[in-house]
Design a protein around this ligand. Structure first.
Ligand SMILES: Nc1ncnc2c1ncn2[C@@H]1O[C@H](COP(=O)(O)OP(=O)(O)O)[C@@H](O)[C@H]1O
Ligand SMILES: [Mg+2]
Length: 385
């Protein structure tokens, strides 16, 4: 799938922008703080209705404006879809497919698939389990259609259950029937969440080692899905039984602490290089490459599970890699995929890639297409778009 055009209105530092994108390689070049990341972010928001920048939702609207709009056209084989995202300064969100409003965000986000690579990704190793769960949830909601909905329902029941556990704790209630009802509901939703997460992590786990070896030259990278119900299979009955056992066995402890101690809301995952936890023992470079390998593995998961190629958003990631690693990374990118890259300097990007690319210059929220020789040799020209 690819994004053929994007249109922004009052989005961050863009008042009005229209860009026609290449189905294959696109490069946005410009100095710092000109709006390169904002472009990639807007594409991400169009797909997922949220920014990839953790916790910055309120700044998406251009300063002093009342609302922002992102419009884009997605093409896949013969199918075309017009997507639209609107956010107001009262935090009202509206999403549309072919000009028809889609009420459930969880339905909407299944339309457009993106994978973002950005400098903040290091948080996937250095950051909190909550960061990794958030990441996992976003990715999986693009892969399994009902995941986001089940997860929302799980979280609602979890909230009720935690409130009830607190009540039980304070009032010394003896009637536990309501807790049992909540247990049944919680377990039912958790089974779905767990199976999706396990499938996703198993897919990644099966290929990440090979990809990492290709870009780093090192073997032995694995990723471990950690959950507190000891998941080993996809068997729903088995997962149901295991989780229910944890809840019943730990009921007293949970009442005492007034919170649910077991379940997908406590999940995490860890990167290992052979036996070493990368968070503790990995170098900065190893961590970066492990995350890149993870995302490249995701590309294959999209292909295997949905028979589609996601749109890759690469935010200034080449400058952090040496030439050898850059080239190895480029060699791992599928050739028939749309890639949108930002950089401050074309020299950071493999020449062959630049030659194939549509190149845009970003300057204070204005974009012009760079035509002619992209290598900085000979004649250069610019054309307004
Ligand atoms: N809501 C907003 N309204 C206006 N300008 C904004 C808003 N949010 C961010 N900006 C501006 O966007 C610029 C940063 O854009 P960004 O895409 O991160 O730059 P870069 O080209 O370095 O990736 C800054 O100049 C910042 O002031
Ligand atoms: Mg940037």
């Amino acid at each position: 799938m690819y994004l053929s055009k994007i249109e922004l209105t009052n989005y961050r530092n863009y008042s009005k922008l229209r860009v026609k994108l290449d189905p294959n390689i696109n490069i946005f070049i410009g100095n710092n703080a000109q709006g390169k990341t904002n472009i990639l972010e807007s594409i991400y928001v169009l797909a997922l209705t949220k920014s990839h920048r953790y916790g910055v939702e309120n700044n998406l609207i251009r300063k002093e404006m009342l609302a922002c709009r992102i419009k884009g056209t997605i093409k896949e084989e013969k199918k075309i879809k017009d997507l639209q995202f609107v956010l107001t300064n009262k935090s009202e969100k509206k999403v549309m497919v072919n000009d028809k409003e889609v009420k459930k965000i969880s339905d909407y986000i299944f339309n457009m698939k993106v994978i973002m690579f950005c400098p903040d990704d290091l948080e996937m190793i250095k950051g909190s389990p909550a960061f990794r769960r958030n990441f996992m949830n976003i990715e999986i909601s693009q892969l399994f259609q009902f995941y986001a909905q089940y997860l929302n329902e799980y979280n609602k029941i979890l909230k009720n259950r935690n409130e009830y556990l607190k009540l039980l704790n304070m009032n010394q209630y003896t009637d536990l029937r309501y807790l049992e009802i909540l247990n049944d509901k919680l377990v039912e939703k958790a089974v779905f969440v767990y199976t999706c997460r396990k499938r996703y992590m198993d897919f990644i786990g099966a290929i990440i080692g090979d990809i990492y070896e290709k870009i780093s030259g090192l073997s032995g990278l694995t990723v471990r899905y950690e959950n507190n119900v000891d998941l080993v299979s996809y068997d729903e009955d088995e997962i149901r039984t295991k989780f229910m056992e944890k809840l019943t066995k730990n009921q007293k402890r949970e009442m005492l602490q007034g919170t649910t101690l077991y379940g997908p809301h406590r999940d995490d995952f860890t990167f290992f290089l052979v036996d070493d936890d990368l968070k503790v023992y990995g170098s900065e470079g190893q961590k970066r490459l492990a995350i890149i390998a993870f995302k490249l593995a995701e590309v294959q998961v999209f292909y295997q599970l949905l028979n589609t190629t996601p749109i890759l958003l690469l935010d200034d990631i080449f400058s952090e890699l040496d030439v050898k690693k850059r080239n190895r990374l480029i060699a791992c990118l599928p050739s028939d995929i749309q890639i949108i890259i930002t950089t401050t300097d074309l020299k950071n990007i493999n020449r062959k890639l630049v030659e194939k690319a549509k190149v845009f210059v970003v300057d204070q929220g204005k974009i012009t297409e760079k035509v002619g020789d992209n290598n900085g040799n000979g004649r250069k020209g610019r054309r307004n778009i």
